[in-house]
Design a protein around this ligand. Structure first.
Ligand SMILES: O=P(O)(O)OC[C@H]1O[C@H](OP(=O)(O)OP(=O)(O)O)[C@H](O)[C@@H]1O
Ligand code: HPA
Length: 193
């Protein structure tokens, strides 16, 4: 539980006052479609799926049960937003335990926003000797601030340029469990400043 910043009552108010842009059924449809594309690309090549914690765990969990082929799973923890809503430098907390050498690696994260996190993760996977590295995100935010024009190889849902939460995406570490993708009104975000 965070010691500073918004608390549970604030999170409840944010959930009440936010816009649901994709409900659970829409997310499930996107997951089915992503699972189909990922199965086509990876079904025969024994990939290593690398989940970017913390936000990637809900997406990864729901995606994995839709993938019916041999694969291994590991995780790493990199964070840029820490517990807030504004980005900083990418901070490494936990590295993968399984060797990436000569593996086909699929990096799984909740969102591609400005792309600094995925850019850093991709670089480190290549440095670790992966045979190939691709990325899958549940949500891609549409704006022109992408770091070095980075794109996800597999992407489920587009969102406009607003702070979003749900399905693993947090609002000050809360609301990762929200059963849809929600956008926070700018007026509430301004209260974080
Ligand atoms: O494209 P970017 O602008 O780099 O942002 C995307 C990253 O930001 C979030 O992680 P965060 O740093 O908030 O850590 P968390 O997963 O623990 O919430 C999210 O889970 C992505 O990893
Ligand atoms: O819009 C967002 N929501 C939650 N986490 C994030 N990390 C980057 N962008 C976002």
């Amino acid at each position: 539980m965070p010691s500073t910043g918004p608390g549970p009552e604030d999170a409840a108010r944010v959930l009440r006052e936010s816009d649901c842009i994709y409900d659970a059924a829409a997310v499930a449809g996107a997951l089915d479609s992503l699972a189909g594309s990922i199965t086509q690309a990876y079904g025969d090549i024994n990939p290593l799926l690398l989940v970017v914690m913390t936000g990637g765990f809900v997406f990864a969990g729901q995606l994995l049960t839709r993938l019916n082929f041999p694969l291994q799973v590991d995780y790493l923890h990199a964070t840029r937003y820490r517990s807030g809503t504004r980005g900083h430098e990418v901070e490494w907390r936990v590295a993968p335990k399984i060797s990436l050498q000569d593996r086909h690696v699929l990096v799984i994260d909740d969102i591609l926003d400005e792309g600094h996190t995925l850019h850093a993760v991709l670089g480190s996977c290549r440095d670790a000797g992966a045979a190939s590295v691709k990325t899958a995100v549940l949500v891609e935010k549409l704006h022109d601030r992408k770091y070095q024009g980075i794109k996800a190889d597999f992407s489920g849902l587009d969102v406009e340029d607003r702070y979003v939460f749900g399905y693993g995406l947090d609002y000050h570490e809360y609301l990762r469990n929200a059963p849809g993708i929600y956008a926070v009104p700018d007026s509430l975000l301004a209260e974080d400043a």
